[in-house]
Ligand binder design. Structure first.
Ligand code: PLP
Length: 220
């Protein structure tokens, strides 16, 4: 199967309200261009340097999503162009994104990463930390970021019930936030959950953004 046919098959199976992020990490620009020529405009990368190199080489109407863990000292490299950062898990990081976005006179969209998996190793905040961040005085002063939703990764397991429980938990957190007043820097519309192995389940649990790599580009 070609990248193009993989992409078009997946796209045609997604409900209209679900956004597809084509996860292209480790793949060469030629592979991304094949997806681009088939109409894909949103690409996800997990390393800032790799994403920056691809951004430099590729058409400028692409929306680049950072889906990996972000180190504060590297935000500056993607601040000129990144469209959405999925893995924001602290006020410290959000402040740095705001600072770097301001230098470029931009507003950078962010998702707050929630820890929903059983594994300790996965990144993300719990519900208390999320509330604390959103209710902090500093948060309201951040004018160069916009929090548009939340993101989560389920436990790496074949146990569908476990994964379903975790996706449902993320959806529940999202709903508990939906009564928040909309502000200039916070308008929650997006739940980023689901990858190649579990995106149909994620969609049935309320996902609005899926991050799919190997089912489009082949295994890494
Ligand atoms: C690599 C990655 C994906 C895509 O994984 P596939 O199983 O290849 O679809 C999705 N989300 C994150 C955060 C990733 O790092």
């Amino acid at each position: 199967m070609s990248i193009k046919s993989n992409l078009l098959n997946i796209k045609s199976s997604l409900p209209e309200n679900v956004t597809l992020v084509a996860v292209s990490k480790t793949k060469p620009v030629a592979d991304l261009m094949e997806a681009y020529e088939a109409g894909q405009r949103i690409f996800g990368e997990n390393k800032i340097q790799e994403m920056t190199e691809k951004w430099e080489q590729m058409p400028k109407d692409i929306k680049w999503h950072m889906i990996g863990h972000v180190q504060t000292n590297k935000v500056k490299y993607m601040a000129p162009f990144v469209n959405l950062i999925h893995g924001v898990d602290s006020l410290k990081l959000l402040k740095e994104i705001n600072k770097q976005a301001k230098k470029h006179d931009r507003v950078i969209n962010c998702l707050l990463q929630m820890h929903i998996a059983e594994e300790e190793t996965k990144f993300g905040m719990d519900e208390n930390e999320l509330q604390e961040l959103l209710n902090s005085d500093i948060f309201t002063t951040l004018e160069n970021i916009k929090v548009i939703g939340i993101m989560g990764m389920a436990t790496f397991t074949d146990n569908k019930e476990q994964v379903k429980k975790e996706f449902t938990q993320l959806k529940t957190i999202f709903e508990s936030l939906s009564t928040r007043a909309i502000t200039d820097n916070c308008e929650l519309s997006t739940i980023s959950m689901g990858m190649s192995g579990d995106y149909t389940l994620a969609i049935s649990c309320g996902s609005t953004m899926v991050r799919i790599g190997s089912s489009i580009f082949g295994s890494r």
